[in-house]
Each structure stands twice: as C-alpha cells, then as structure tokens.
Write a protein that binds this ligand. Structure first.
Ligand SMILES: C[S@@+](CC[C@H](N)C(=O)[O-])C[C@H]1O[C@@H](n2cnc3c(N)ncnc32)[C@H](O)[C@@H]1O
Length: 225
C-alpha cells in the first residue's frame, strides 16, 4: 500500500467509521442487475466496500448452469442470488443468523432458489461437494467482539484462516474451483503462509485497482507434494 494512501486512510478512517455507522443504522437496499436485497445493520454492508461488487462482476462472467455453488460466509447473499439466477444450485452459509433470515426473504422476493445453512465454516456442510466455493473472508487481525464484527475481523492470530485452511482440503477436488478475494490492506503474505502450512497454494486469477485499493481474487489449490 502506498505511503500517501496509508496516511489518507488513517486520517479518514474515524470519519468513515462514523459515517458508515450512521448510514447503516437501519436496513438498506442493495441491488445488482435486477436482484435486490435488504441489508440489516448487523450484516456485512456491500454498498461502500469493494469486494462484493468485484466478486459479483467476476461471477457474472462464469458459466454456472447446473453447477453446485457455495458462498461460504454469505452476508447479504447477493452473490448467492446472482449464482442462482445464472442457473447454479446454490448453498449460502453463515454464522450470522440475521443474515440468513434476510437472505431467505430475499430469495423468495427475487424468486431465486438458495439453500441457507447456518454453519461455522464447514461444520454443517459435511459430506457435501461443490463445483464452486466463493469466499470473501473477514481479514483484519483483531478479535471480533460481536456477530457484526465477525464480518471484518479474523481474530488476533488469524484463527479464521487457520480453521478455514485446515477444513478446506476435504472440500477440494481436482475439478472444483475455490475463489477467495483479498485486499492489499490485509496481510496477504501471512494468510498465504497459513494456507501453505496446510499444503494449499494461491494463484492470482483476477486483480483490480478501484478507489486506489488493489483487490485480488485467488484460486486455491492443493500443493503438488
Ligand atoms: C466480508 S463478509 C462477506 C459477505 C458476503 N460474502 C459478501 O461478499 O458480501 C464475511 C462474512 O463471513 C461471515 N463469517 C465470518 N466468520 C465465519 C465463520 N467462521 N463461518 C461462517 N461464516 C463466517 C460473516 O458473518 C460475514 O457475513
């Protein structure tokens, strides 16, 4: 991250946080193409962050007809709804029950089928296989204090990633595609190192710079041992 951008971010963060909190004090609409969701204040907001929109644009280019698709940590579920619109057989999981309840309503309203599952990572997804797994993870190294913060913070010691990469190999095959998005603002090297302890490698598939921030989508594969 450039030094100037770092300084600007540091200066604007308190204002942004206050602004975000004010904006998200009540449920807000978010739309992509003709799909609409209502985002509850306790749920990850896709409006002012870049990652969700980047994933939506990325997924809109993939052929998904009859493919099994998992959005691990679905938040508002707009990505799951898009995948369903593209003909995928979709599972959306999260530990945030409010997110899942709102997604169920959005699934009815948009007449798009999504199976919503409460699950801590893969805990309640045992035995299932997916052609596509999409992850927009919480990546800031801080202990989350509540369910809302779990959308942003992965634990001081990156516990989210330690658990994710330990569980992921079971859900991986030679044929399936696992995509994760990371911002240059997070500790990418540390996250990649945790993956490699579990014999997983990252390869860049898409990179974009928006509002001065670089976001990269990686595919995760088993290392050749
Ligand atoms: C950055 S948000 C992304 C939300 C959505 N996928 C998107 O792109 O807009 C991360 C999501 O992961 C969920 N999450 C965090 N830890 C989780 C865990 N251990 N198991 C399942 N979901 C988790 C959060 O509740 C949040 O909805």
């Amino acid at each position: 991250m450039s030094k100037l951008r770092n300084i600007l971010k540091h200066l604007t963060k308190p204002f942004l946080n206050a602004g975000l909190q004010f904006y998200y004090r009540k449920p807000r609409k978010y739309a992509y193409q003709d799909i609409e969701v209502i985002v509850h204040p306790e749920v990850f907001p896709p409006h002012l962050t870049l990652s969700t929109k980047i994933l939506l644009d990325f997924i809109s280019e993939i052929e998904l007809q009859n493919k099994t698709f998992l959005e691990l940590g679905c938040g508002s579920g707009i990505i799951s709804l898009l995948a369903s619109k593209k003909g995928a057989i979709v599972t959306a999981s999260d530990i945030n029950k409010t997110a899942l309840a709102y997604l169920e309503k959005a699934s009815d309203k948009n007449q798009l089928n999504v199976s919503c599952i409460y699950s801590n990572l893969f805990e309640n997804l045992q035995g299932k296989q997916f052609d596509y797994i999409i992850i927009n993870p919480p990546y800031y190294p801080k202990q989350p204090k509540n369910i809302k913060e779990q959308a942003w913070f992965c634990g001081e010691d990156f516990q989210y990633f330690k658990d994710l990469f330990q569980q992921l190999p079971k859900f991986q095959s030679k044929e399936n595609n696992i995509y994760i998005i990371l911002s240059e603002d997070c500790q990418i090297e540390k996250i990649i190192a945790i993956a490699s302890e579990n014999n997983l490698t990252f390869a860049e598939v898409f990179k974009t710079k928006k509002a001065g921030e670089i976001n990269t989508i990686y595919t995760i594969k088993q290392s050749d041992t």
